[in-house]
Design a protein around this ligand. Sequence first.
Ligand SMILES: [Zn+2]
Length: 382
Amino acid sequence: MHADLETLLALQDVDKEILRLNDEVAALPKRVAAIEAKLAGTKSRLEQAQAAVKADEVARKKYDAANQDLQQKISKYRDQMLAVKTNEQYKAFHHEIEFAQQEIQANEDKILEVMLDSDAKASQVKAAESELKAETAEIEKQKKIAHDKTGEDEKLLAEWHAKRNALRQRVEGEWLDHYERIAKARKTGLSEARDSKCLTCHVTLRPQVFAEVRSGLKLITCESCSRILYYHVVEKTAEEIANLGPKKRSKPKTEAAQAWYFRSEFGDHQDVFLVFMNGAGNFADTSTRRVYDIHTGRAVASKESRRGLYKHAFVEDLVGSLRINGFWKEQELDEYGSELPAIVLDPLQRDLALAQRDVLAHAHAAVAAEATPEKEHEEVSS
Ligand SMILES: [Zn+2]
């Protein structure tokens, strides 16, 4: 991978972490504010309940006072009744007393109502008070957490900013500007390319563009979203290789008109696919060889023709090469020109991984087979 691209990937990770920490720092006061708003609600509920209790007391005092007045009135009427001369006067006082007693009764009913109401209000006050106490304790706790966390985050942010500055200095100016411009506008400045696609905007990349991204030799941007594209060469683990496909890989035929091979070295190149083809018709007495880089699919040598079947004509290439499955028409390969597309490259790479798994399994079996008689031999000699 291009060194600038590797640095940009590291920079992207750092930027993501800085973003996360900034978000966290911004979210902390919001959490405190939310509890504070709840606290204010509880406070006003408490005040309302307290005011209602007070209003009940005032009302009760008012009715008590009214009843005292009425009682005084009644005893005054009774005194006056003793001195009346006529039946008419006596009836009038009696009527007044009855009326005052009715009023007293009505006031007492109201007092009872107020008392019941103030019992309910008092329990509301009690509930609001204990809620307020719990919320006050909680807010103090949250404030402390927010304060501590902010301090921690700010320390981390300073560290990440230092890392970021160091990384920025390692990237070529033009690419850094491009990365930062796109990252600012679209949150990320880089995008992974896989299966001929930009994985962020999902646009299909032209074969040539994808091959260039795969090669990792220069920086390529997505034509659609402008992000800088990178390709992860996934190194398969032994377990992944074992799970790649059917337990038994179908072996390529040895005698075939076309045969694909893998070589770890070819001239100055490493890791190549070779394809040999015996000619047909007028070219029945010639064979050809094409060579491609296994990662990029690019031709690393021009097509070579030799007289005779490939197994004789190119015998030096076949020794030490690993035979793999693959077949494409010669016309198709001609059309692909100097670069194999992913539809060719992917199955070749998959079969290569399987072939390498089989080679490993054979090697293990051979080691195991050798180890067993050795042990027996030792036991006999001792
Ligand atoms: Zn894109």
